[in-house]
Design a protein around this ligand. Sequence first.
Ligand code: ZN
Length: 302
Amino acid sequence: MKRFLPVMLGVILAAALVLISQRETERRLAPIWAISSFDGVRFIAGAREPPSPPVSMPLPTLMPPAPRGFTPAPPGERPYVPILMYHYVRSVDRAADPLGFSLSVTPEHLDAQLGWLTAAGYESVRMDALAACMRGEGPCPLRAVALTFDDGYADAFTTALPILQRHGFVATFYIVSGFVGQPGYMGWEEIRALRDAGMEIGAHSISHPDLTGLGLQELRAQVGQSGALIAAEIGQPVVSFCYPGGRFSDTVVAVTREAGYTSATTTIQDGPQSDPFTLPRLRISGDLTLEGFQWMVAAYLP
Ligand SMILES: [Zn+2]
């Protein structure tokens, strides 16, 4: 009997290990099947239970769901698309840092806002697709918002991206090329991960200056070279621009257009979307309640 004891213990241990690793496999598989709001996944998933792979097989790489596209408006119609402006997605102490608080939306607020948008039937559109719609080169969304995130802060990758993915939303991230990799900002690896997740990478100048105060040569560099550098790093064209601090002039607009961009956003809060190079955006600040958010968006698309 004593001889068998170590063998028996070994068998019990091996069985426990198999059980634990199976449970781990199921746990890691859970997110991909748990997504029910995305039609493509629901279709693939059907009513079946996910098969449990043999324990010895390598675990599948879990891919987040592809972002949902938008439902096109009837030909010839171009419904207004509220363009929302975000900066940080993080929690900030209002008393200690009032400006930082104003520029930040908490992860919980962003999650609630995207949840409400989905429930209210809004889809998301990237700025490149919205510009194509405005130029008559692509379909226009029936009922959508455009989500934009300025400056390329690190939390765009760590915090905003997972929330966007959970809701199947796309967004446009405006990157300041000279700030990439600096403390508090994303590096190229994170920016490429955003690209791989279906997000659009736009340009926001080289060093975030007031473009209206620059000579023509420096202006062309800040506008054109920032996009070219980002395009080289991500291996995709960069067609969307955002004026630093929202500052622009007729010259700035002309240079942006000449540089090959198809749209540029401002910080004008309200206005028509007649010119793709002076697009207004709704500022989503830290003190905006969900009710305020709903009111703001619904004012444009009831
Ligand atoms: Zn900025």
